[in-house]
Design a protein around this ligand. Structure first.
Ligand code: NAD
Length: 335
C-alpha cells in the first residue's frame, strides 16, 4: 500500500503540530507521507524550516499545489477567515480536504464546501478533534448506559489566558469544540441559543462569552468561553438525575459522582490529532472503493456547528435568544 501524500497548508501554531504528527505516522505506519508544507508568510516558513530542517518540501503558493496529480489531500490549518477560500480551491480540483475548525465563518460557505465535495467526489473532513478523544467517547457511553440517570444540564468550560487577539474572537475560536462535544455525547443539537459576550482588552473582539444552548425537553448546556481566565480548562460536567459526570478533556480523566463518592472511570487516553489524521486517510482510501465507511467528522457536522456559531453571534448582537436553523442536506449521513 502506497502512503497517501498529504500537504499541510498553514505552518503556524497548529499546523506545526499537524506536521509533527504526519511525520510520525509516516515513520511508524507508512500510511501517510508529508508531501509539503505551504505557508504564505516567510517568517512562518523560516520557523518551520528551523524545526523540521530541509528534509521536507516547503512552498508559499497553495494554488499551484492544487493541480499537482501526486497530491492525495490537504490538511488546512490557516486562519479561520481563509478556510473557505483555501478549501474550495482544493475541492474544485478534486482534492480531499481536512479543514481545521470551524469549517467556515458563514453558513453559505459551509454549504458550498459540502456541495463542491459531493460534486467532485472528494472527502471533506472538519477538525472536530474531540470526536477522537477517548475521554469524550467514554462520557458518551456513560450517558447512553444511563449511569447518571437522565441528564438535566451540562456545564462546559473552555478557558485560558491568551494575549489580546486583534484578528480573532472567542466564540468562533473556542465554541466549536463544546458545541461539537455536546452533540456527540447527547446525540442532539440545540433548538435555541442565547449568548452574552464582551471584549475587555480588545473591545471590537469578544474575549469572554456565556452561551446557553437549549435542547429538546428541558436539557440545557451552559458554555463558558474565556481568554481572560488564568486557569486553563477544557472541562465538561453533566448533572443528571442520579449523579454527575465530570470530564477533563485534556487529560482525558473522567469521574462519576453519586452522593459523596467520587469514582474514576478508567480511560486510556488517545492521541486525538493522530487519530483525526489517520481517520482522514481512511476516509480517502475508502472513498475510492465501495466499502461503506462512516466519516466521523464530515462537512455536514462542520456546517451544523457553523450554524450554532452564527446563532450565538446573532443572539449577542440582537440581545435575544435565537431559534437555530440547522442545515439539512439529503443523502449525507447525519450524526
Ligand atoms: N483543533 C484544535 O484544537 C485547534 C487548535 C488550535 C488551532 N486550531 C485551528 O487551526 C487553524 C490555525 O490556527 P493557528 O493557531 O495555528 O494560527 P496561526 O496564526 O498560528 O497560524 C496560521 C498560519 O497560516 C498561515 N497562512 C495564512 N493565510 C494563509 C494562506 N492563505 N495560505 C497558506 N498559509 C496561510 C499564516 O502565515 C500562519 O503561519 C485555525 O483554524 C484554528 O481554529 C485548531
Amino acid at each position: 500500500m502506497n502512503p497517501l501524500r498529504i500537504s499541510v497548508i498553514g505552518g503556524g501554531y497548529w499546523g506545526k503540530k499537524v506536521v509533527r504528527e504526519i511525520l510520525d505516522i509516516g515513520r511508524t505506519t507508512r500510511e501517510v507521507e508529508l508531501k509539503s508544507l505551504v505557508d504564505t508568510s516567510p517568517a512562518s516558513l523560516a520557523a518551520c524550516r528551523e524545526e523540521f530542517g530541509d528534509s521536507i518540501e516547503y512552498g508559499w503558493d497553495y494554488q499551484s499545489l492544487a493541480t499537482d496529480p501526486s497530491l492525495s489531500g490537504v490538511h488546512i490549518a490557516t486562519p479561520n477567515s481563509t478556510h473557505f477560500e483555501v478549501a474550495s480551491t482544493f475541492l474544485r480540483q478534486g482534492k480531499n480536504v481536512l479543514v481545521e475548525k470551524p469549517l467556515t465563518l458563514k453558513m453559505d460557505e459551509a454549504y458550498e464546501l459540502i456541495r463542491l465535495a459531493r460534486e467532485n467526489k472528494c472527502v471533506l473532513c472538519v477538525g472536530h478533534i474531540h470526536r477522537f478523544n477517548n475521554g469524550v467517547r467514554e462520557l458518551r457511553r456513560v450517558l447512553s448506559d444511563g449511569l447518571i440517570g437522565d441528564p438535566y444540564y451540562l456545564l462546559m468550560r473552555w478557558t485560558a489566558l491568551m494575549n489580546p487577539q486583534l484578528q480573532r474572537e472567542v466564540i468562533t475560536d473556542l465554541a466549536p469544540h463544546p458545541f461539537d462535544i455536546c452533540n456527540y455525547v447527547l446525540g442532539s443539537w440545540p433548538e435555541k441559543v442565547s449568548c452574552k459576550a464582551r471584549g475587555y482588552r480588545t473591545r471590537q473582539n469578544e474575549e469572554v462569552a456565556f452561551i446557553a444552548a437549549e435542547h429538546k425537553g428541558s436539557l440545557l448546556a451552559h458554555i463558558e468561553l474565556s481568554w481572560l481566565d488564568r486557569d486553563k480548562r477544557r472541562e465538561v460536567t453533566v448533572v443528571g438525575s442520579e449523579g454527575n459526570a465530570h470530564l477533563d478533556c485534556v487529560n482525558q480523566k473522567l469521574f462519576l459522582q453519586k452522593s459523596s463518592v467520587l469514582e474514576e472511570i478508567p480511560v486510556s487516553p488517545s492521541n486525538t490529532l493522530r487519530e483525526e489524521i489517520t481517520h482522514f486517510a481512511e476516509c480517502i482510501r475508502n472513498n475510492g472503493n465501495s466499502t461503506p465507511f462512516t466519516n466521523h467528522s464530515d462537512g455536514l457536522l462542520g456546517a451544523r456547528v457553523v450554524a450554532l456559531l452564527e446563532a450565538a453571534r446573532e443572539s449577542m448582537y440582537n440581545d435575544r435568544a435565537i431559534q437555530v436553523q440547522l442545515p439539512i442536506i439529503p443523502e449525507i449521513s447525519v450524526k
